[in-house]
Design a binder for this molecule. Structure first.
Ligand code: ADE
Length: 289
């Protein structure tokens, strides 16, 4: 799998050379490249953001710079540059000088018949924008994306990125996803992208030494439950004993004990997951629990 990441802090992704992700790169299973968005700027300040149209706090990342970068990394011909990328002067509040207008003509370029990539092409990258105001990224999304061969993450900073960027690339036939990793706000998309990349890549065939550990995990499959608790030796530590049944050697009983514990813990900690369970995946003993 090839993963490209665009960020104004590409150094955030140096950690991807460590541990299992580093090994996967050494083995040639994975190639991760972090690009600096400022490399696609042309002004002396390398500016990537501007004031929000309509006013408000903070800065918004400019579509003009992102588009140059994404066109290149997606292998697209540039869009209709003249029509959409003319910058409008803004007043101090960040409002467009002419009331009711937005920079450029506010309309994404119509895709031209010559440069629309084939959306059905398995090699077309999936373009992912971390965004706290997007649907939650789940294990099901990670599983789906682990089967793709090229991902491109666009990490926003400040108040986020201009909403026309994902809209425009969708109009060009790209599979564009926006995901939140949780109901909290981070300083930018970098940490969220790292979380998603780890969740996705560890599901790639050949990534983990022991693929059983993936099968038994929380949030996996139609039967998604929180995992049962784990213990190792010694059987008693500081007066706390491992549950006797786990020492019994009876695999049937151990499996039942673990399954009951998973159901009980999920019911207590994440009742929303119990409500989503597929009833067909429950056995008779589960229903008693
Ligand atoms: N950017 C800032 N906060 C985020 C979140 N919770 N998820 C995804 N991207 C983000």
């Amino acid at each position: 799998m090839k993963i490209d990441i665009v960020s104004v802090f590409p150094e955030y992704f140096d950690v991807m050379n460590l541990s299992l992700m580093g090994k996967a790169q050494d083995k040639g299973l994975l190639t991760i490249t972090a690009h600096n968005l400022r490399d696609w700027t042309h002004d002396v300040h390398h500016s990537v953001d501007d004031t929000p149209v309509g006013g408000g706090a903070g800065m918004v990342m400019k579509p003009v710079v992102w588009a140059e970068c994404l066109d290149e990394l997606l292998g697209l011909e540039p869009g209709e540059v003249a029509a959409t990328e003319v910058e409008t002067e803004t007043d101090e509040t960040g409002d467009a000088a002419e009331a009711g207008t937005v920079p450029g003509n506010g309309v994404p370029a119509e895709p031209s018949s010559t440069d629309v990539p084939d959306a059905g092409d398995a090699h077309a990258p999936v373009l992912i924008f971390p965004n706290p105001s997007a649907p939650l990224f789940t294990q099901a999304d990670a599983t789906e994306l682990a089967a793709t061969d090229h991902l491109l993450f666009g990490c926003g900073r400040y108040e986020g990125y201009d909403a026309r960027i994902p809209e425009y690339y969708r109009s060009r036939g790209i599979d564009v996803r926006e995901y939140s990793i949780g109901d909290y706000v981070l300083n930018g998309g970098e940490v969220a992208a790292s979380v998603m990349i780890e969740a996705i890549t560890r599901l790639m065939p050949g990534f983990m030494g022991n693929s059983d550990s993936i099968v038994e995990e929380s949030y996996t499959g139609a039967n998604a439950l929180l995992e049962h608790r784990q213990y190792t030796k010694p059987a008693e530590w500081r007066g706390i004993k491992v549950p006797d049944i786990l020492l019994s050697g009876d695999h049937g009983k151990v499996d039942r004990y673990r399954r009951d514990e998973a159901l009980e813990r999920t019911n207590e900690i994440r009742p929303d997951l119990i409500a989503k369970l597929d009833c067909k995946a429950l056995d008779k003993a589960d229903r008693k629990t």
